[in-house]
Write a protein that binds this ligand. Structure first.
Ligand code: HEC
Ligand code: HEC
Ligand SMILES: [Cu+2]
Length: 453
């Protein structure tokens, strides 16, 4: 009897949970309503079978249970053609009802309409970047051989079609015009990734060495998360991006602000001589040789990845860093940004910092190195086993840098003082990573280990 009651409760609970659950599909924002219909049909078919089978079992257990004093013998019936025909017919209808709509949607899903515009989505450990065809409507050739710090997309500079390609490399944010059928070409630089936008009902693997695709028509303006739904491997959950669906005029405004491959190639390199003048003011806090000064809370800058330094300076310019409540140290940098009025001056001052000698900073933090080593095995995926940082992952150098500053940043990430701004996708990765550092001791331990590198 207990089993019969358990089966009935299971049915009641499952139905209740299904209808009352707060975890249902997000409101749809694309043309793929058919996918929702398919899911609904599958729920109905499997739901009816689930309820019928479990209630039938409960019924049999109650009806044919053992009763004291009553002799009940089972009857053996090896063949029952009528019952078998019925079961086969019903099962066939149920399975056909589940599969047929899926086949119809899949056929649409793999056949983009003629007027779909192409957008390339590039996945890499652990962020997204995007490439739009420029005025010629054509994407240029790419190859891993051309990939470098100054050409992270690997565009073939000999191919004229690539020069006007629009590159969105640093913000992890893609804009799309509403009601425009869009075909996303999916390319991975390293491992398997999976491009998913739940509201668009779009999900497709990225496979290194080939270009996969999916298409959709965004039907509602708004901001939607791009998720990497690859489960195998580490940190894919930290690989977030955004799609913003705009009215056509807003889309055009955004598009005008983006840079092309040619713009980036032609940008003059930073000039350390010019940067030296800019650096005079920085030296007041960061030291004559950019070695950092703890009394002024200013970290060491030399030995740091130039791309990272430039990005941070841009963040201060745009109010992405230094503006959040409680960021007293970050706020000291904000007013200084007037001395770096444009990209060229940022490039120059960073070129000067790059030209300075880099001495390991003094170690001020101690902790349990073996615990720290264990924690750092996760960090090393992005910051490198040697702690020198990995530019392609946007992860800065930690080893030999000012350790008290690293500790403060880890606390800032934990407290949401840094990394919470919507324009800071890389800081957000750290917001998720610091969850493995439960307390101050863990922070000190991992830094003590970094100090041994
Ligand atoms: C008034 C003192 C002061 C001056 C002047 C100053 N800084 Fe800073 N800087 C700081 C402080 C304090 C921090 C740490 C902010 C924090 O803790 O979030 C910092 C952080 C930075 C960082 C972030 C480093 C990292 O690893 O994240 C960079 C880059 C930087 N400064 C560059 C510069 C440049 C370039 C100049 C000159 C234009 C400059 N700073 C002038 C005080 C100063
Ligand atoms: C998924 C990749 C990834 C992992 C794993 C990761 N980080 Fe980071 N980390 C980053 C990126 C990217 C940044 C740069 C953020 C930015 O540009 O604002 C960063 C920034 C930092 C900073 C700030 C440095 C500075 O100069 O301001 C510290 C400190 C740091 N990470 C420590 C760690 C530690 C400790 C771990 C392990 C617990 C870890 N990270 C794990 C990607 C990662
Ligand atoms: Cu991924």
């Amino acid at each position: 009897m207990a089993i019969a009651i358990a089966l009935i409760l299971l049915v009641v609970w499952s139905l209740f949970f299904h209808f009352a659950s707060p975890w249902y599909l997000t409101p749809i924002a694309s043309n793929w309503g058919m996918i929702d219909t398919t899911i609904d049909i599958t729920f109905v078919v499997t739901g009816i079978v689930f309820v019928a089978v479990n209630l039938f079992m409960a019924y049999c257990i109650i009806k044919f249970r053992h009763k004291k004093g009553k002799q009940q013998k089972a009857e053996y019936e090896p063949e029952n053609t009528k019952l078998e025909v019925w079961l086969t017919v019903i099962t066939t209808i149920g399975i056909a009802a589940m599969l047929a709509p899926g086949l119809i949607v899949w056929n649409d899903f793999v056949n983009p309409p003629q007027d779909a515009v192409e957008v390339e989505v590039v996945g890499q450990q652990w962020h997204w970047s995007f490439r739009l065809p420029g005025e010629d409507g054509q994407l240029g050739n790419v190859d891993v051989r051309y990939m470098s710090k100054s050409n992270p997309f690997g565009i073939d500079s000999e191919d004229p079609a690539g020069l006007d390609d629009i590159l969105i490399g640093d913000s992890s944010t893609l804009h799309l015009p509403i009601n425009q059928p869009t075909k996303v070409l999916l390319r991975s630089k390293d491992v398997l990734h999976d491009f998913a936008v739940p509201q668009f009902r779009i999900k497709m693997d990225l496979v290194p060495g080939m270009v996969t695709y999916a298409w959709f028509t965004p039907t509602k303006t708004g901001t939607y998360d791009i998720l990497c739904e690859e489960l195998c491997g580490i940190s894919h959950h930290a690989m977030r991006g955004k799609v913003i669906v705009d009215e056509p005029s807003d889309y055009q405004t955004w598009l005008q602000e983006q840079v092309t491959f040619a713009d980036l190639q032609n940008r003059p390199k930073g000039d350390p001589e010019l940067g030296k003048t800019n650096f005079a003011i920085c030296a007041a806090c960061h030291g004559q040789n950019g070695e950092g000064m703890q009394v002024l809370n200013a970290p060491k800058l030399t030995g740091q990845e130039p791309l990272y330094l430039k990005r941070q300076l841009q963040y201060w310019k745009k109010g992405i860093r230094g503006a959040s409540e409680g960021d007293i140290y970050g706020a000291t940098m904000t007013p200084l940004m007037v001395t770096l009025p444009d990209q060229a001056s940022i490039d120059n001052v960073v070129a000067y910092i790059e030209s300075l000698p880099s001495e390991p900073a003094e170690k001020t933090i101690s902790g349990d190195i073996s615990t720290g080593r264990y924690i750092y095995s996760t960090c090393s995926a992005c910051h490198g086993a040697d702690g020198k940082g990995i530019w392609s992952m946007n992860a800065p150098a930690l080893a030999d840098m000012t350790d008290w500053y690293l500790a403060r940043q880890l606390k800032n990430y934990k407290d949401g003082i840094r990394g919470k701004h919507p324009g800071d996708p890389y800081g957000y990765q750290m917001n998720m990573m610091v969850d493995i550092l439960p307390d101050e001791k863990a922070i000190n331990d991992v830094i003590a280990y970094i100090n041994t590198l």
